[in-house]
Write a new protein. Structure first.
Length: 111
């Protein structure tokens, strides 16, 4: 009986643990356009083509990049990025502006 209880316990231990979310995904070409004038310490990036998985954007495929590494925060830098939709806690507070860019969370970036 003890053996059955131990086996059941081990089974639930392995299968009840939350598996980490897989944040890997396809890489997309982007160019860093400029520092955002309305979002502190954020940069605007532009995808070179339409990207599936992003909400429609009327700002010419441009987005505020959350979590962009310091080494890539230079206007004109061309990168490959993997991204996801940011959580509510990750969104950057931005001042009112005439042009509002949607925000995306950069999971990884490389040149």
């Amino acid at each position: 009986m003890k053996r059955v209880i131990i086996i059941v316990f081990v089974f639930f231990l392995f299968y009840s643990c939350e598996k980490p979310k897989d944040e890997s995904g396809p890489n997309y070409n982007v160019v860093v356009l400029a520092e955002s004038s309305s979002c502190e310490d954020a940069f605007i990036i532009k995808f070179d083509s339409n990207v599936t998985g992003l909400f429609n954007n009327y700002q010419d495929n441009s987005y505020v990049a959350i979590n962009l590494a310091e080494e890539f925060k230079e206007t004109g830098t061309k990168l490959m990025v993997t991204f996801r939709v940011p959580t509510a806690e990750e969104l950057i507070e931005c001042e009112n502006s005439l042009i509002v860019y949607p925000q995306i969370y950069i999971v990884s970036a490389h040149d």
